[in-house]
Design a protein around this ligand. Structure first.
Ligand code: PEP
Ligand code: MG
Length: 325
């Protein structure tokens, strides 16, 4: 069984009806990057930079540059998506960067809000990422975006950093795509109002589910209240996917939902074409994709969206589970 699965590392992530689905990997260490590469990931869809900030001192531009450059080199020409700092709330640090006295950390100064409030730290990180673009295709992904202003401000920083580095004589990429995480409901709902200022989007279901259902992602007491199997979640996902598709912007899902093979048919039905997941789940999801008939699943999306509760969604999942997955 394990061996059968391992054989899939050299096989395409192609549906029964011949459509190639792109599977990227989420990574936060050298080992993750090496594994992603070995398993045939299309690239890194989410490189979490928080681990660089787990020590007692802040990493400087050079230390960050070396880490990002190594990811770009490790992926040998495949796309690497580096997420800017997403510290705060459940992602604590020891550098003293994140505030510790907020009454509601999950609703506080975290992610891009924190970065924009600490201009010198954001600039050092952006410079490190842009310098790494000289070593392989790099994209910048912004966490916790709630609206257009944050992307516009980040795009301006990226532009200025590119100009500075070029005049300092650094070799940088011609184009560095800028993307927004869609993980705050306001960003999902207002996407048509800022999709023109992003090059791609990535849906973070871990936080999107938390904020949409008002259910803490780490509170065990909530049991099944924290779940992507809620009609509001599926409708919002379908909406976001449809908007990105209509505007021809690449869209991936990088939350845990993308890495759970039992959700693969459901996500394909909703129109998802790019997955980003922990390398440990890559082959299982590839196997699930290879057992799916995309055209048939897409035709059953209306029935899925009509489900009125979790039981209805689970019934759809049972009826559409691939025979051999
Ligand atoms: C998410 O929120 O779904 C996500 C991918 O980011 P993180 O889990 O790092 O918050
Ligand atoms: Mg998140």
């Amino acid at each position: 069984e394990r061996k059968q699965l391992y054989r899939l590392r050299r096989e395409p992530s192609r549906t029964v009806d011949g459509v190639d689905v792109r599977i990227f990997a989420n990574a936060e260490s050298r080992e993750d990057v090496a594994e992603a590469h070995a398993l045939g990931a299309a690239g890194i869809g989410l490189y979490r930079t928080e681990f660089l900030f787990m020590g007692e001192t802040l990493p400087d531009e050079d230390a960050q540059f070396r880490a990002y450059r190594d990811v770009a080199l490790g992926m040998t020409g495949r796309t690497v998506t580096i997420r800017t700092l997403d510290i705060g709330a459940d992602k604590a640090d020891r550098t003293g960067l994140a505030l510790t006295d907020e009454p509601n950390p999950a609703l506080g100064l975290r992610g891009v809000r924190l970065s924009l409030s600490r201009a010198e730290i954001f600039e050092a990180q952006m410079r490190a990422i842009v310098r790494a673009s000289g070593y392989g295709p790099v994209r910048v992904l912004v966490p916790m975006v709630s609206g257009r202003e944050e992307i516009v401000a980040t795009a301006a920083l990226l532009k200025r950093v590119r100009r500075d580095l070029t005049s300092e004589g650094h070799e940088i990429a011609e184009h560095i795509p800028l993307g927004a995480m869609i993980e705050v409901p306001a960003a999902a709902i207002s996407l048509p109002g800022f999709i023109d200022v992003v090059d791609f989007v990535s849906v973070g279901t871990n936080d999107l589910v938390q904020y949409l259902l008002a259910a803490d992602r780490n509170n065990e007491a909530l049991g099944e209240l924290y779940t992507p199997l809620h009609p509001a979640v599926l409708r919002l996902l379908e909406n976001v996917i449809r908007i990105a598709r209509r505007r021809a912007k690449p869209l991936a899902m990088c939350g845990e939902m993308a890495g759970d093979a039992q959700f693969t048919p459901l996500l394909l039905a909703l129109g998802l074409e790019e997955f980003s997941l922990h390398p440990g789940t890559l082959l299982e999801v590839r196997r699930a994709i290879r057992a799916c008939d995309l055209d048939a699943l897409r035709s059953r999306a209306p029935a899925l969206l009509r489900a009125r509760d979790r039981a209805g969604i689970e019934k759809w999942m049972r009826a559409n589970a691939p025979a051999d997955a």
